[in-house]
Write a protein that binds this ligand. Sequence first.
Ligand code: SF4
Length: 310
Amino acid sequence: MEKEYYYSFNKYLKDIFGERVQRIPVDAGFTCPNRLNGQKGCIYCYQGSSYKEKLPLEKQIEKGIEFAKKRYKAKKFLVYFQSYTNTFDTIENLKRKYDLIKKYPEVVGIIIGTRPDCVNEDILNLINSYTDNYLVWIEYGLQSPHFKTLKWINRGHYFSDFLKALFLTKNKFPKINVCTHIILGFPTETKEEMLETAKILSTLPIDGIKIHPLHILKDTPLAEIYKKEKFPLFSLEEYADLVTDFIAYLPKNIVIQRVTGEAPEDILIAPSWCSFKEKMKVLNTIKKTFEKKGLYQGKYLESSENAFKK
Ligand code: SF4
């Protein structure tokens, strides 16, 4: 059997359901408070027209299920409310949209992507109501715990907002699984600070993480900055070296839902290895780097001696 260097989402789902389970990403028509009322949004957020086909929510779910059945032979599905801020609406509207999953018996779970400053107890209570019959994940975008970075990317919230949302969720609604998103490669941070992010996260009650390399898309404020400043971006080898160390600092129970990020070639400015067509190469390079360095998830937490060495 092929060696696994980290606890992947596929493995986690197989452990629970005993078979392949496929995510169905949907755009439920929500907006984002960081892009309204004159706010410019996070500097890396794509502002061009969506490259996804816009269909009514039910049609998106049905089409996604049909595609995943054919392509992956999957029989079970998670509906992933992915685009923008999927808790930014009235409780009634949220419930109406989330409730659509009940129409499809093959749907076994729901994933809700949002900002940590866009939840409260009432919203979490609604999300928690699905945990009796479904696997439930909430994704809190964080990107970095470092104040200077969150300010530079115009994230519109700080690490304290993330901590507040995380502890409200885990203390009051422990059946909701929490995933967070991190971006590695901001020019505001040194590699040591990026690894510090992993060390901070290793102390928190998160259940999953998505790790992305910084990449620059057209029609973003970041593209303008990059044009002027041409700050350095990671090469694939540098990223693989960093992300393997990063994962070695994370406890083994955290599900690593993503180790890279990619975009369509026509909207990607740099680095070129973050295009969709390079994804397999990136995953293989990361795997080989784990192998070469003798690393795996949690390795640096195994002894305090290692922790002092890095
Ligand atoms: S929170 Fe998400 S949708 Fe909102 S501006 Fe930032 S990246 Fe864009």
